[in-house]
Design a protein around this ligand. Sequence first.
Ligand code: SAH
Ligand code: SF4
Ligand code: F3S
Length: 474
Amino acid sequence: MNALNQFIPDTEPERQFYFIEKASELIKRQAKENGKPLTYFIQTFGCQMNSRDSEKLAGILEKVGYVPCEEEDKADFVIYNTCSIRENANTRVYGRLGHLNAIKKKRKSLKIALCGCMMQEPDEIEKVRTQFKFVDIVFGTHNIFKLAELIFNSFEAEGTIIDIWKDTDKIVEDIPNVRKYPFKSGVNITFGCNNFCTYCIVPYVRGRERSREPKEIIREVERFVADGVKEVMLLGQNVNSYGKNLDNPITFAELINAVANVEGLERVRFMTPHPKDLSDELIDVIAANKKICRHIHLPLQSGSSRILKAMNRRYTKEGYLALVDKIRTKLPDVALTTDIIVGFPGETEEDFNDTIDVVRKAEFDSAFTFIYSKRIGTPAAVMDNQIPEEVTKERFSRLLAVVNECATKRCGLDRGKTLPVLVEDVNEQNPELLTGRLSNNTLVHFAGSKELIGQIVNVKLNESKGFYYLGEKE
Ligand code: SAH
Ligand code: SF4
Ligand code: F3S
């Protein structure tokens, strides 16, 4: 260890504050040479957790002195925060990297980093190492808090810096972050996943499940509220298992109740509850607290008990439908949405018809439908009876038709009512209109000035247009 190293703290987050300081000296010097600040661009490829991670990356980048840049081609530092849930997510990243390489050939100072779930796959790392040597920094899902240290090192060293952790039992709190929206934010409650659904890569790339301490979560929500946040979304791969392994165990229902009671917070959402262990306690807490949004995303995956077993989902068709019944009875105003996979290995026409049957019976408000994608390293990838693409595609379009039919039945149920809308943005198609969301997550467009963005206003839902309403402000 040299003299300088002696001053590097070895506890977190102190170590990162040290490197934020060091990196910002380098960035400041560089900016002075360039005569303008250095800029960054982050592309998020994955889910809500991935987006939240990007906010943490942005927080660190801004602390070390980078400023945001809208245009990827002009930024000094480009980060791809990758996703590996399905094959096409991976393919997209490599396509975009080719383009970045062309830019870097013209502009050597461009820094490129890859991080996120794909980088936790050894095969992908090998590919980056051998075919994408122009990438400067590669890190994974467990060490995003280290970005300042990695940036500092990459300014000091030649070649690609690769820092991947296999897993971690650490949760590093208090690293800076910036929010994409001033008025709403995701809040991590658990990291990782222990469920090992047989098709899914997440447990391998996000590691074992870890819960944050409730007091850390509440403290973060309170800070957000003081900073203007109206709505938070509690994030975990299965929020229902939150808190079970803490030294002082607490249930998800208790946590969400405590979050909902944070003074000044208007709305709480959550994603994702697993159907195998969604508790009566949770349903009761939702029923009793109007701040908890009327939306439950309850991934079905398949309606066939046989396929569910092969998927290791740990519920049956009947169990799922009974849960839906309970939810619809106790929470009549809730919107129920789902995820469905078509073409899991061994899926027969009969299995597929069970899926269609559940969709009709549950009458989902909407559904994300996916074609099964083989993920190397998962148990399903080596199962017999992989389904031919044409069969899957044909089933997929039949499923889509039924999903749309059910969504049409459900949408428009609130027509004529006046309901609170959190205003999120100016409408993309028509700048005279604003766009916001109901408690049940349905989109509403209405005329209004952009000062209303970030506020909750009452809107009369005049017209239903399928998946959204046209309304007018009261
Ligand atoms: N933890 C969440 C799911 C996160 S992944 C849960 O259990 O519900 C989001 C969705 O991607 C899943 O619900 C599933 O429908 C889909 N998915 C995951 N792995 C997939 C694969 N290999 N092929 C196709 N879709 C997949
Ligand atoms: Fe994947 Fe299943 Fe975990 Fe969801 S619960 S992340 S589908 S393994
Ligand atoms: Fe999310 Fe994709 Fe990773 S869905 S957890 S970013 S594999």
